[in-house]
Design a protein around this ligand. Sequence first.
Ligand SMILES: Cc1cc2nc3c(=O)[nH]c(=O)nc-3n(C[C@H](O)[C@H](O)[C@H](O)COP(=O)(O)OP(=O)(O)OC[C@H]3O[C@@H](n4cnc5c(N)ncnc54)[C@H](O)[C@@H]3O)c2cc1C
Length: 471
Amino acid sequence: MSMSVIRDPDVIAGYLSDASNVTGHAEALVRPGDAREVAEVVRHCQAQHIPLTVTAGRTSTTAAAVPEGGWLLSTEAMSRVLCIGHDHATAEAGVRLGEFQSAIEAQNRFYPPDPTSRHECTLGASIACNASGARTFRYGPSRAWVEGLQVVLPSGEIREVSRADEVPADWPTLRWQPPATKTAAGYEPPRSLLDLFVGQEGTLGIITRATVRLTDLPHGVFGVLAFFASRDDAVAFVEHTRSHARADRTGALSPRCLEYLDAHCLDMARERAEGVPDGAVAALFCEQEMHDGVSEEEHLEAWFDALTSCNALVDDTVLATDGTGQARLHALRHAIPAGINEAVVRNGMPKVGTDLAVPDGALRDMMDAYEAAPLPHALFGHIGDNHLHLNLLPRTQGELTEARAFYDALARRAIAAGGTVSAEHGIGKLKRHQLGWMVGDDVLRQFQALKRHLDPAGILGRGNILASPRL
Ligand SMILES: Cc1cc2nc3c(=O)[nH]c(=O)nc-3n(C[C@H](O)[C@H](O)[C@H](O)COP(=O)(O)OP(=O)(O)OC[C@H]3O[C@@H](n4cnc5c(N)ncnc54)[C@H](O)[C@@H]3O)c2cc1C
């Protein structure tokens, strides 16, 4: 091996868990500096039948980055931004996504995918997990923006893959219909070879470099935090603005994100910040980009009309067109993760967070189901995509078991409604059973056939998406 192989358990210990709080085990760690070195590691592990797990920012909530033995390959030494042009930007896989985006925005261009973890997670992993965020409502998930990848296949072959490349004819095909929602669950039937490496969670190849498409940086954005005295009014507002945004992407009322906060979130915000009205039981955080040909007054008027017609508490609405408004909004929004983290520390129990999405028509039913949670909880997230995160906050081991069972029941409900068991965080090692319920045995066999074809010994990303075969 031309690079150093770290076997010091104290160093390796820092790489054994991710944001899921699951801890794995590994015998060695390597930090290759380029695709050639990655390929060397892969070939060595294949020859010796050593499991190999790619580890990046370790923000996965599904134990995807947690090794099941063998070697860990960290992408941290591949973190250079290589080129930023007008239409495309290229970087190595291990660059922090937020850093990559800041460099692009400094050139007045824009790469929209915005997972909340963007300052901690990496570009390569965000593509490997098809990460999304609030702006996905307008711009779609990472998949929509990837134009080229350099990938090391499980055989050790280095491939440059573009959108124009077809999947080789002798590779097993995937014949299934993913849910018509935002989804990051399982291998999607690829429209090109490139597509196959997006959302594969480190099981089909190691991304070493990525080229993404850029768009115009919006020349202005304002935020709106609107409060409602009834949940149904908030949902009606979502349906109203969503239909406007879909009908006219550059109209006066065309939010780029629609984010929900329930009554429990608002209680957390009341304890930590000012400005939450007494009568409010739900809120929506929205962002509107300023579009050419529409004046600021026209934008604001369209928002005011929509808020009024859906019974928002208009006088209490926080409008962030300037630094003061933005600071108020930030304080209010920041209070929710802070409140949840404090509850987790106080309870000494992990939270259980859902990642389900459903079609438009099932949103209200799904919200009813979330609200019937039998233990303390907070519901928030990407309501524009019918993708809410229910955060269950168990206080005892018994409640933790109850929370997990409740999550499974919700997953079955989302599946029955035509939804997905993972809209953005992926399947990893913790949601394989839910993926099985969603796709069924025949599709799981299709996934296995593809995986076996590319990685017959099953060394890469063991335990993610599919159960690990015996080595
Ligand atoms: C607070 C918080 C907020 C989050 N918010 C969001 C959100 O808004 N939207 C969202 O989609 N996700 C979110 N996530 C989940 C997580 O951040 C994403 O899945 C992210 O893409 C993981 O990136 P990472 O660099 O941390 O990867 P890791 O956690 O290290 O790895 C994740 C998976 O990707 C694989 N992998 C890593 N790099 C590569 C590579 N170069 N090639 C192939 N496979 C690779 C790993 O093997 C693993 O399977 C959040 C997580 C946290 C903790």
